[in-house]
Design a protein around this ligand. Structure first.
Ligand code: RRO
Length: 310
């Protein structure tokens, strides 16, 4: 076991880092660049049954504290990512496939096809896309989430994960965790997707900075780190039989370490990857290795959930 090796679902990873779905993963060449990078694994762009061009541009903007996006689920359609999964060298680097159907039936059709393909791809079912006009997030409707997980468990019939939005109330942590805990095949929980429907304003132009939805979009980066850590820790505490993937506000080894302390087994990188490119993974690994060694942890797993309370 090397200093940085990590595990999830009994699978070994060279290190805990991967991209956040949506960043650098829409096209095969972008996925290939992640495969060639120092990331321990990679995840594909959330897919739908049919290809989508997404919302009108500009639909992503970086700010000094992070980013805002309303991409609108641009993707090449699930067969494109399934094709990638079928040609991918899973032994060299595990591959996650993010699935974000527009309806329950769409998700079931995709999950059945992925199951049929019988490749060792790891499904991350996205219950938290904030940016499709007229489609509320599944995970903010606990009855809809329960129906989705019941159907997904029945149709997919093997372990999978869910990508969750941030919650902001203890009662919501309790209720969401109770729903997840009804489904043993939900083996991991990725916290968090972007904080939805925020508004960034450019005072020079007295304007919004992205075109869709009158400028409203999901924010990531520094804005979301404490919310991400709270959600990782809240689900780590409430879902002892599940593993957690942390996502939100990672731009150096320090934030990776914070996610591990909060309870994450793996850690995704979104805004900082978008801004810095896949070379970021070598930097984050070096910074994490230095931090773990200084703190006396043998590997990332040794730090998992070691957060102290006062
Ligand atoms: O494509 C998007 O607009 C998008 C998705 Br599906 C998501 O899950 N999270 C996000 O911030 N953007």
């Amino acid at each position: 076991m090397s200093l940085l090796s990590a595990s999830l679902l009994g699978i070994e990873f060279a290190n805990p880092l991967l991209n956040a779905s949506g960043v650098h993963c829409r096209y095969h060449d972008e996925l290939d660049a992640l495969f060639q990078s120092a990331a321990g694994s990679l995840v594909t762009k959330s897919c739908t049954l049919a290809p989508r061009t997404g919302n009108p541009e500009p639909r992503y903007a970086a700010t000094p504290l992070g980013s805002i996006n309303s991409m609108g689920l641009p993707n090449e359609g699930y067969p494109y990512y399934l094709d990638y999964a079928q040609r991918h060298d899973h032994a060299a680097k595990p591959l996650f496939m993010s699935v974000a159907g527009l309806t329950l039936d769409d998700n079931m059709q995709m999950l059945a096809a992925i199951r049929e393909a019988a490749r060792p791809v790891i499904v991350e079912l996205n219950l938290s896309c904030p940016n499709v006009p007229g489609k509320p997030q599944i995970a903010y409707d606990f009855e809809a989430m329960d129906r989705m997980l019941e159907a997904a468990s029945r149709v997919y019939a093997q372990p999978f994960g869910v990508k969750m939005p941030p919650y902001f109330d203890i009662a919501h942590f309790d209720e969401a965790a109770a729903v997840l805990n009804r489904y043993p095949l939900v083996a991991f929980v990725t916290c968090i997707n972007s904080i939805g429907n925020a508004l960034v304003i450019d005072i020079e132009h007295e304007s919004v900075v992205i075109r869709p939805k009158d400028g409203f979009g999901g924010i990531g980066g520094d804005y979301v780190l404490p919310t991400a850590l709270a959600n990782v820790n809240a689900f780590h505490r409430r879902c002892p039989a599940k593993e957690i993937i942390g996502c939100g506000g990672v731009k150096s080894g320090a934030e990776v370490f914070m996610h591990l302390l909060a309870g994450a087994s793996l850690v995704q990188v979104g805004t900082a990857l978008q801004e810095e490119g896949p070379g970021i993974f070598a930097r984050l690994n070096a910074e994490l290795a230095e931090l773990l060694a200084r703190k006396g942890y043998a590997n990332p797993q040794a730090a998992r959930g070691k957060l102290r309370t006062l």
